[in-house]
Design a protein around this ligand. Sequence first.
Ligand code: AMP
Length: 305
Amino acid sequence: MSLLVVGSVAFDSIETPDGSADRVLGGSASYFSYVASFFTKPRLVGVVGEDFPEQNRHLLEARGVDMTGLTTQPGKTFYWKGRYHQDMNTRDTLEVQLNVFGTFDPVLPESFRDSKHIFLANAAPSVQAKVLDQVTAPSLVVADTMDLWIEIAKPDLLALLPRLDGLSINDSEAKLLTGESNLVRAGHAVRRMGPKFVLLKKGEHGAILFSEEGTFVVPAFPSPDVLDPTGAGDSFAGGVMGYLATRPEVVPGHPEWGTQLRRAMAYGTVIASMTVEGFGLDRLTRTSRQEIDSRLEAYRHMLSL
Ligand code: AMP
């Protein structure tokens, strides 16, 4: 099993209608790797500044995340500040300081280059492409993106899409990328841009898979305790890719691919529902594979007709 994630490692300041958190560990690669660690030992590539506390590094290391690829550079760590609206489904970015992440030029440690499962977490598409250039024989490549890159780096993103097996994208970003106002049309249109499958995330409304095998819908797990939605998308991806990494032979084209991808989406969904029950990574630090599996069982009952 060799699951590689490349993305942001950040300090997040978060305000929601129910509370706030200041400069907690966040970033796309942090959420993704923490979640994936319930399934495998993910390899992380990212950059932090000299202000990054050892205890944050230890938090991920203690989960078995291979941090060989996390480099420290002179300067400050990426900082993101966001505020959620009353509905918790929409947020405003109040502040972004790219700091050392702004000049992030990922160099994969030699020992990471043979990784089979690759998740290109939220980062500039040119950075994501550089990672792909360095892996020798990937068997499953999935990327995430965001509105910022669609707005400022669309040509780079369009060049990346045909190199992907899957793209994880949220509803408003899919509409922005394709110009389609209907979500289903937008999902199909994203797939025509290159990736074999599209994981279209709809926040509290779940996710839709668009793929060669057809369309598949998963509702969100209905949690009554949503405190902070930050990282839900990365957690969803961490659950999907983490689960898939446990069956490395199952890739697009394998007879079990469709079934396993659906199961992976169910894992992603239930873990994302846990992430949002605390600020930052807090809720994830208080769960176990056993609890995740029992929530998956409850979810399965909710879905049976
Ligand atoms: P999510 O809620 O899953 O969309 O992800 C939230 C995470 O994305 C936060 O922890 C932020 O630190 C991180 N983030 C915000 N903006 C960016 C960006 N431009 N590039 C990379 N990561 C970002």
